[in-house]
Each structure stands twice: as C-alpha cells, then as structure tokens.
Ligand binder design. Structure first.
Ligand code: CUA
Length: 333
C-alpha cells in the first residue's frame, strides 16, 4: 500500500507546480513582498495538510490491515483514551494553533503601512479599471504602472457594484466596495508585467474585467509619469480632424482627453489611449482593426459594456482612428 502514496503525492505536487507556469498568473510565483508572504503561508498550510493527510491515511491503512477487534491488548502500546486525547484533541489544537499564529501574524504584516508609498487610486467600473495618481494630472485605465522596489499603496473603490482587485503574483485580493476605500499595500520585487483580474462576480463581463500591473525600474517609472504630466502633443493632419470628430460626437459625452473639450467621465480617460496595449480591459489587443470594430459596435466585442455603437461616416472613422492612435505622450516608450 505504501508504494501507492508517493506517486500520488508527486502527482499532487506536479499539479500545483504546473499552475505556476508563466502563461497564467499564479500566487505561487510571487513577484512582490505581499504575495511572497501569502505564498509562504500557502506552503505552510499545504505542508501541514499533507502531513495530516498522510498520518490519517497511515492510521486508516493500519486499521484496515489489522482488522476489527484485533487491537485489544495485542501489540497496542497506547490505550484508546490516550489515543483519542492525543490524536483527537492535542494534535489538532497544536496544528490549528500553528495555522492561527502564522495567519494572524501574516495578516498583521500585510496591513503595516510602508513609508513614502506611491499612491494610486483605482476605481472598479463596469467593466474596467479607472487609474489615477493623486496629486498629479496622470489618469489612465486598465494598466497600472508602478516602480519596482518602492512601496505602492492602492486606494480601491467602486462607484457601482462590488468588484475585487487581484494580482495573484503581487498581492492578495481586496474587495472594491461602493462607499468605501480599501487600501492594498505591496512592493514589487521584479520588473515585469503582471496580469490582474476582477475576483468578485460583478455582472455580465466580470470575466473580461482584467488589467495589467506594469512594474518599471524607478527611472522608467519616473519617465512614464513625467511624460503624462502634460497633455499629449497637439495632433496634426488626419489626427487633427479626428480630434474634431471626437469633440463633436457622442464620444465627448463619456470620454475625456486632457487638453480638449472632451471631458466625459463615464468611460475610460483616453489621454494616453494610444500607449495602452488593449481595448476593453484586456478584451482585445489595441490595434486599428479592433479599435474600428469597438467604435462601430463595442457590443459585438464586449456585450453589456456601457459603450454604445457610434455611427460616424467612414472618413470620420478613419480620422478618429488616427487621432486615438496618436494619443500617446511625447516621451512614452
Ligand atoms: Cu468586476 Cu467582477
């Protein structure tokens, strides 16, 4: 019987390790201090659970092999009372005590404010993420740039239903609750792009409410911020015509572009739209074809989104596309 246990354990560990492949973000592949602590806690719980499982299985196997009624007096070194007292009370209490101390200790660590954090306000929308850097004019959506090695403090909120902000490789989940601001603190330890996902069911497009956290080296982060502190350079040619379309059609009712008359607040701020990698909170890549389709009928790409079909004639659409693609800070990479 014993021989069967090791392959099972190996299979279990392989299944767990397989979750850590880079194509899907795994909490067991931490790249931030908070996720690191949580992963440590996970491995402790996994280790304890495995040990308990193996011990209990061993007792079951021994019981099966020895059979019923053979334990009385024959070869049994401990009485039933002691066995139940130790196995049923002392050991579980000890295991749970270790778990409780580790969990409470870790939770306390996670809540500790760090000095001089980079503050970012993130608001959960239907179904995308509004990202602002308080004290600056920098506003973006669905892509959160942070510096590596410096504490980040996110203030998380919602103006509609409950969402949950989760970047498995960087930190634990934190709910975004209407009327409340929840703080999430972490420090990224390795530059990279980390996928985040809404982790609380919030309606039709909950599954397509994703985002990226882009952790830059501090100098790159400073450049990224500096490039966004002023409006994008004025458009020329076709893009200038596109700006007129944006300012005079329904686009301007919902979207804002810094430095223009478009000052809507319902949809994502488009000031740095051309530098963003996706449309619709990671629903499709940000390229001309998808953008044209999105403008013409976003409902066919992300049903239920608040973006209505926009009717513009083909020339206006081309100008609009050129303008939106031109919306990137002068110094952006
Ligand atoms: Cu937002 Cu689920």
């Amino acid at each position: 019987m014993r021989r069967h246990r090791s392959p099972l354990l190996v299979a279990g560990i392989l299944a767990v390790v397989a979750c850590g492949d880079s194509s899907s973000p795994s909490a067991l592949d931490p790249k931030g201090d908070e996720a690191d602590r949580l992963a440590g806690l996970w491995w402790l719980l996994f280790g304890l659970a495995t040990a308990v499982f193996l011990v209990v299985t061993a007792f079951i196997v021994v019981g099966l092999v020895r059979g019923r009624g053979t334990s009385e007096g024959k070869g049994s070194r401990i009485g039933d009372g002691t066995f139940i007292g130790v196995g049923g009370l002392i050991v579980p209490v000890a295991v749970l005590a270790v778990v409780a101390v580790a969990t409470v200790g870790t939770t306390k660590e996670l809540r500790r404010p760090a000095p001089d954090p980079v503050r970012i306000d993130v608001v959960g929308k239907r179904w995308w993420w509004d990202v602002r850097y308080p004290g600056t004019a920098v506003v973006t959506a669905n892509e959160i740039h942070v510096p590596v090695g410096r504490p980040v403090e996110l203030a998380l909120a919602s103006d509609n239903v409950i969402h949950s902000f989760w970047v498995p490789q960087l930190a634990g989940k934190v709910d975004m609750i209407p009327g409340q601001r929840n703080l999430l603190r972490f420090t990224v330890t390795e530059a990279g792009t980390y996928r985040g996902q809404c982790a609380e069911y919030c309606g039709l497009q909950h599954g397509r409410m994703a985002f990226l956290v882009i952790a830059d080296q501090p100098a790159d982060f400073d450049r990224w911020m500096a490039a966004r502190r002023s409006p994008p350079p004025p458009p020329t040619g076709l893009a200038a015509a596109g700006r007129d379309v944006l300012e005079t059609t329904s686009c301007a009712g919902c979207h804002r572009v810094q430095g223009t008359t478009a000052q809507g607040v319902i949809g994502p701020d488009l000031t740095d739209f051309g530098s963003r990698s996706t449309i619709g909170a990671l629903t499709v890549p940000n390229d001309r074809g998808n953008l044209g389709g999105w403008i013409a009928n976003a409902q066919s790409i992300k049903t239920g989104s608040l973006m209505p079909p926009i009717s513009v004639d083909p020339d206006e659409l081309q100008a609009l596309l050129a303008y939106l693609e031109s919306l990137r800070p002068a110094a952006a990479p």
